[in-house]
Design a protein around this ligand. Structure first.
Ligand code: SF4
Ligand code: SF4
Length: 615
């Protein structure tokens, strides 16, 4: 007690001296600001270094886009997205309220503390030349109530946002211990620097609360939170010396957090801002691993949202293939080759990612790096091209040839509605090249595309119809054909609308499964549903459209295909069977084949449903 009182007196004396000094020079210093200052400058220089390194490695075209974008109207879009996503975390809110609140309270609350702290300290000092630590430790350097206009409002806002951040810290701690309470089955495991950063982050705000409260217990001032807590503490013990201890501890926690940040997942905080700018300035379409993809990897906050939605998370929980783990492995250069190839490319992780990271493309770019350059020539393929010319060209694709009922149904529909069509691969042909792309063999895929492109152009078609969503996506995105490419569900729907076919509705009850490549991959959700509503009784399922599960038969999973595929198919079938349909309908020959191998309920393609009901 004696030591505490004497230290308190020393502290008060020192504090008054400092106040005098401040009035004279507008500069204040105390040794406890050193840990914060050191961390701040290390962080500042590391982030500048990293960003400069990325900018330097941008291609000349992308650097031009960046320079142009900064001085264009797009910059307002960047600012808007930063506010909505990096501060308010709108997308996480949409997905999970509790998680959204946690991220928002930490990011927005801290941002507001910095902003308001800077405003009040600048008004008080009357100068812009304050050292960076001054607004952070303002309540230490200015004892009692700072002499500035509307001080009550400032103290109220500072306490309010401090309370907001503290509530976020509480939820974050709860999430680590009881992840299910915040609606998550799993949270990501932390590496050493992640632990340092996370623990120091959790400590920063309780320490700040203690430091500010105990100082207001000694000097007066403080808002509804710090003032009340300080008064209560001062009525029990002398708060001066403990306050000084907490200012040191607060500064140390900030310093540790700043030094750990560039090596931890929290690097996503500055990087996400850069990613938003690059994306809005038109970058990010390359297939090869480059600066944009690297920025994506560093922007992953490891929030874990992508883990629960991954169909592989339940069928093989021991494997760490999900986007959160995958980004971490790429970042620390410890990529497990089998995990690179163990993925369905179903796009669910991409769909839910609040940062908008395109993990599918990122994984394919990593596959390309791992593939040896085995050039393939296609000169063994027939070179004489397609003899017949027609307005519509139909490309069934390999998987449709393996599900003859789908091919037969499409031929029946085409015969009915379109007398001017050519069946491009009637006697079988080569594939569209998607399996090569999925395995990372981009050059070989390009050679195959050149062969197919020539054949398609030779037949002079204005519209190319495909039955397989995989072919549809490949022809639309990678071929640059300059003609209309349609999936058969859109084509049949158009024929129905133009009254080139007529169908009779019956009372067959069915559910519809959105194939990954057609739904999330190409955005076609409505046409198959319109067709089913017109032809039978469409029931709703728990997961629909963007949230639909994969069938498990993906060509993209090049590792442990059969066991995993069957397990994922069973899982999805359970969900699809819940409304007790007579039939499961899909719009992909591969999905049909995969489901049919494990389903008790009949599985049909949308083309079969329509072909059987044509009048
Ligand atoms: S990939 Fe997206 S959803 Fe998954 S952990 Fe990273 S930020 Fe979260
Ligand atoms: S693409 Fe699908 S299977 Fe692959 S990691 Fe993402 S959610 Fe999992």
């Amino acid at each position: 007690m004696h030591i505490g009182v004497s230290a308190g007196r020393e502290y008060q004396k020192y504090h008054i001296e400092n106040q005098k000094l401040f009035k004279r020079t507008a500069m204040i210093f105390d040794p406890f600001v050193l840990p914060f200052s050191l961390g701040f400058f290390i962080l500042f220089f590391l982030v500048i270094f990293k960003f400069s390194y990325w900018i330097k490695r941008l291609s000349p075209r992308d650097r031009y886009r960046l320079n142009k974008g900064i001085f264009s109207r797009k910059i307002f879009g960047v600012a808007g997205e930063i506010i909505m996503e990096s501060l308010l975390h709108r997308r996480i809110f949409k997905r999970n309220l509790m998680l959204g609140y946690m991220h928002m309270s930490l990011a927005f609350g801290w941002f507001m503390l910095i902003l308001i702290g800077n405003i009040e300290s600048r008004i008080h000092a009357g100068t812009e030349l304050n050292p960076p630590y001054y607004p952070i430790f303002f309540r230490f350097f200015v004892s009692g109530e700072p002499d500035i206009p509307s001080i009550e409002l400032f103290t109220f806002l500072m306490d309010f946002f401090l309370l907001l951040v503290l509530s976020g810290v509480l939820v974050a701690m709860g999430k680590r211990i009881f992840s299910r309470a915040v609606g998550m089955k799993k949270t990501t495991r932390l590496r050493l620097f992640d632990r340092f950063a996370m623990i120091s982050l959790w400590l920063i705000f309780p320490l700040r609360l203690m430091a500010e409260s105990l100082t207001s217990g000694t000097d007066g001032g403080g808002g509804f939170l710090t003032g009340s807590l300080g008064n209560a503490a001062a009525s029990i013990f002398d708060t001066a010396a403990p306050a000084y201890f907490f200012w040191w501890a607060y500064s140390c926690a900030l310093g540790v957090f700043f030094i750990s940040l560039p090596y931890s997942r929290y690097m996503h905080i500055p990087t996400e801002i850069f990613l938003i700018a690059l994306r809005r300035f038109g970058m990010g379409n390359e297939r090869r691993y480059g600066v944009y993809q690297e920025v994506e990897v560093f922007s992953c906050s490891r929030c874990g949202i992508c883990i629960d939605v991954c169909p592989l998370a339940t069928v093989s929980p021991q494997r760490k293939t999900q986007a959160a783990y995958f980004h971490r492995s790429v970042r620390v250069k410890q990529l497990n080759e089998s995990d690179v190839f163990y993925c369905l490319s179903c796009g669910r992780c991409k769909e839910v990612c609040p940062v908008g990271i395109n993990t599918d493309r990122l994984r394919l770019s990593q596959r390309a790096l791992l593939q040896s350059a085995a050039k393939q020539a296609y000169d063994y393929l027939p070179q004489n091209g397609v003899r017949k010319t027609a307005r519509v060209a139909y490309f069934a694709g390999c998987m449709t040839h393996l599900t003859p009922a789908v091919k037969k149904a499409m031929q029946q529909i085409l015969d009915q509605c379109c007398n001017d069509y050519v069946f491009l691969d009637e006697n079988a042909s080569v594939c569209c090249g998607r399996p090569l792309l999925l395995s990372g063999r981009n050059d070989e895929a390009q050679a195959l595309a050149a062969y197919n492109r020539k054949r398609i152009r030779e037949c002079g078609a204005e519209t190319l119809v495909t039955s397989c969503p995989i072919c549809y996506k490949t022809f639309s995105e990678n071929y640059n054909l300059g003609i209309r490419v349609m999936h058969h569900s859109s084509f049949i729907y158009e024929m129905l609308q133009q009254e080139k076919i007529a169908i009779l509705k019956d009372d067959l009850s069915c559910v519809y499964h959105d194939p990954c490549e057609l739904g999330r991959g190409s955005g076609i959700y409505d046409e198959p549903r319109h067709l089913l509503e017109a032809s039978c009784n469409l029931l709703h399922t728990k997961e629909e459209k963007q949230n639909m599960s994969c069938c498990g038969g993906s060509l993209a999973n090049l590792n442990d295909y059969t066991t995993t595929g069957r397990e994922v198919a069973k899982q999805t079938l359970m969900m699809l069977s819940e409304p007790k349909p007579d039939c499961i309908v899909t719009a992909c020959p591969l999905c049909k084949k995969t489901f049919a191998s494990v389903s008790q309920i009949p599985v049909q393609d949308i083309a079969e449903i329509i072909a059987r009901r044509i009048v």
